[in-house]
Design a protein around this ligand. Structure first.
Ligand SMILES: [Zn+2]
Length: 287
């Protein structure tokens, strides 16, 4: 019964009069900008323990309540010329940049998936890109990847595998094996991640690898299988080493601690731009 329902939805998504590629891309861009705007609120509020729904956003300097028309992603910042309408002081451009980056990435991964006629798989890519960009920013600003991000991503991974088992990186004839594999991939990654954390502690006598990074990897494994998680971890290691060398050359000395989240995020974006998952397979379309 459930799988019939599921098949019907997937058929509808794949065959129903596609609204035109250009229209879909505009749609993806707008959705990306809106979720980017939501991300900026979460990035500010979650690490500070504030609610993400209430109260309305306000200017941190003069307390001016942001009205609905001042809350349109990207457009409002441009129309207000980056200034608060209450006090006239500049609003940080990082809100605009986060929304723009999210909109571009949402459009790029959607373009690939629409081209290859697997529109359903925009969901895991969008979800992980949202968490990647958000985690990168909280890790840069507060040196944490909040549990609210990683746990929510894990729950969404299970929900996705329940709703669209045929469009995951896990092979299974029916719903149950796919969901079980999704959860097992998370468990295996938790064990693997714990091993890295403890061996890092033994080797360097300090926290070399954080639990936030491990939880992020668990979420990645639950969406993209252990293969995807390994790709993201390896990619993040390579990116961070390159950055580490450049940073050493620029500053003249080694940095003692740096957040790993931005590198995990970068590798996640690369993975989402290079692969699609369907029927338990990972398709690489650039090689
Ligand atoms: Zn103000």
């Amino acid at each position: 019964m459930f799988s019939e329902f599921n098949r019907a939805i997937c058929n509808w998504l794949e065959t129903s009069g596609t609204p035109g590629f250009a229209f879909s891309m505009i749609y993806a861009f707008v959705i990306g900008a809106c979720f980017g705007s939501f991300a900026t609120a979460c990035i500010w509020r979650i690490p500070r323990g504030l609610s993400i729904v209430k109260p309305r956003s306000k200017c941190p300097r003069c307390g001016h309540m942001i009205t609905a028309s001042e809350n349109i992603p990207m457009l409002s910042w441009l129309l207000l010329k980056g200034k608060c309408s209450g006090c006239g002081l500049p609003i940080s451009s990082k809100y605009f940049k986060t929304e723009l980056v999210m909109a571009i990435l949402f459009t790029a991964v959607a373009a690939i998936r629409f081209h290859y006629k697997v529109p359903v798989t925009v969901l895991p890519a969008w979800i992980m890109i949202w968490f990647a960009v958000s985690s990168a920013r909280t890790d840069l600003e507060k040196l944490i990847i909040p549990d609210k991000f990683t746990y929510t991503a894990m729950i969404l991974a299970v929900l996705y595998s329940v709703c669209f088992p045929a469009y995951t990186a896990f092979r299974g004839e029916s719903l149950v094996p796919v969901v079980v594999y999704t959860i097992l991939s998370g468990v295996a990654t938790a064990v693997f991640g714990a091993a890295i954390v403890f061996s890092g502690k033994l080797l360097f006598r300090q926290d070399a690898f954080g639990w936030g990074d491990v939880k992020y990897m668990i979420a990645a494994a639950m969406f993209f299988n252990v293969l995807g998680m390994m790709f993201i971890l390896a990619g993040a290691c390579i990116f961070s080493m390159i950055w580490f060398v450049i940073d050493r050359l620029r500053r003249g000395k080694f940095r003692k601690y740096f957040p790993f989240g931005p590198f995990l995020a970068l590798a996640t974006i690369v993975w989402c731009l290079l692969t699609i998952q369907k029927g338990g397979f990972v398709y690489w379309f650039c090689f």
